[in-house]
Design a protein around this ligand. Structure first.
Ligand code: GLU
Length: 379
């Protein structure tokens, strides 16, 4: 790649609005000593601060709990049994979260620890909860640091690797860029440590079966992911409209290096997270109910506004929070489809009322909007 095209590719990171950065165990924890690689972590924190300064939102997905905890517990090297990994994670996660807090506090950021299990990203209700929490943390200016809750995750229901977890987080947060900081600088046609003829692949726009074959199995034994899980992460990210970069993280200032054109593999999304989400909403087969709205609300929706409870005249059907519903105007014309922020029972109680009254009526403070415009597609 010529210098100028390398810098152009690097600036994909600079153009992103919301960036998820996944940091692997092999980078955070020194293999020989099992100690945290603090000096390096400080350079990454400085890069995160630089992203925030230029207006980008950052979510971190950090591995390292098990690697840090096993030293502390004196567990021998080699493969851990599941219960040993769980114990190591319980001990290591405290240290990991504390390290992030310390390095990011130097830049005056508030750090939020979020531990997720497989079900939090795969079950709709919990997915919506986790999504809302992330959204709220970001709105309040905090930097979420996410890891799998390894202490309670059991073999059958765990990610086990943070590459795919990071991709699910990126999808959940509608991030437009995912960076996997790794101990390799990108994707090759074969494993470069085994095959001298392996060539580097700078860009992927679609994860084809050939690419999956190239990724093969895992090489590094400090973390759990290998190239295979990174390519799976790429598949998830691309389907969510999020571009992804696999980059070498070992050097100081790993994000700055991507910005200035260091070699890395970009999985380039052909769509945006917003478009993907709207297409998904438009394509949801069976709306579970109907929100009937007055003329004012219908006009507001067509003008790009959210649907407020005040504009809803009555509610048909039975649905849960997060289910798809149809929005029907006063002449019986379907105006939009969207995801309701309230269940049908609650929607019936707050329809026709002002958003400020919601808390008094329902006993909890839900969203101001019945359907937020991000969750709405005009028909
Ligand atoms: N969640 C694991 C940990 O924090 C790491 C998983 C991975 O290496 O991808 O130790």
């Amino acid at each position: 790649m010529s210098d100028s095209s390398a810098i152009r590719a690097g600036s994909r990171l600079a153009r992103a609005r919301r960036v998820v950065v996944k940091v692997g165990s092999a980078l955070l924890v020194e293999r020989a000593t099992g100690h945290l690689n603090r000096a390096w972590l400080e350079t990454l924190a400085a890069d995160v601060a630089a992203l925030r300064e230029r207006g980008q939102e950052v979510v971190l997905v950090s591995s390292g709990a098990i690697a840090l905890g096993r030293r502390e517990l004196g567990l021998a090297s080699g493969r851990l049994r599941l219960e040993e990994s769980q114990a190591a994670a319980a001990v290591g996660q405290i240290r990991l979260a504390h390290a992030w807090k310390e390095v990011l506090e130097q830049h005056r950021f508030t750090v939020a620890q979020v531990l997720v299990t497989f079900g939090d990203t795969e079950e709709r209700r919990r997915y919506l909860n986790a999504r809302n929490t992330l959204e709220t943390l970001l709105r309040l200016g905090a930097i979420p640091v996410i890891n799998e809750n390894d202490t309670v995750a059991t073999a059958e229901i765990r990610y086990g690797d943070n590459d795919r977890l990071a991709a699910r987080v990126a999808q959940m947060a509608s991030a437009d860029c995912l960076v996997l900081l790794s101990d390799v600088d990108g994707l090759y046609t074969a494993d470069p440590t085994m095959d001298p003829a392996a060539t580097f692949i700078p860009e992927v726009t679609r994860v084809t079966p050939e690419i999956e074959v190239m990724a093969g199995g895992s090489a590094s034994d400090v973390g759990s992911g290998g190239m295979a899980t990174k390519v799976m992460a790429g598949k998830i990210a691309l389907a969510a409209g999020c571009s992804m970069c696999i980059a070498l993280g070992r050097e100081a200032h790993p994000l700055q290096r991507i910005d200035t054109g260091a070699r890395c593999t970009w999985f380039v999304a052909q769509s945006s997270p917003r478009t993907v989400r709207k297409q998904w909403i438009a394509g949801l087969l069976k709306p579970a109910g109907t929100l009937h709205v007055d003329a004012g609300a219908a006009t507001a929706l067509r003008g790009g506004k959210s649907l407020l409870p005040a504009g809803v005249t009555h509610v048909d059907g039975r649905f849960d929070r997060g289910d798809a519903v149809v929005v029907r105007g006063p002449e019986g014309v379907d105006v939009a489809r969207g995801l309701s922020a309230y269940s049908s029972d609650d929607a019936r109680r707050v329809c026709g009322r002002r958003s400020q009254e919601i808390e008094a009526i329902l006993g909890y403070r839900g969203r101001d909007e019945m359907i937020h415009r991000d969750d709405l597609v005009l028909l």
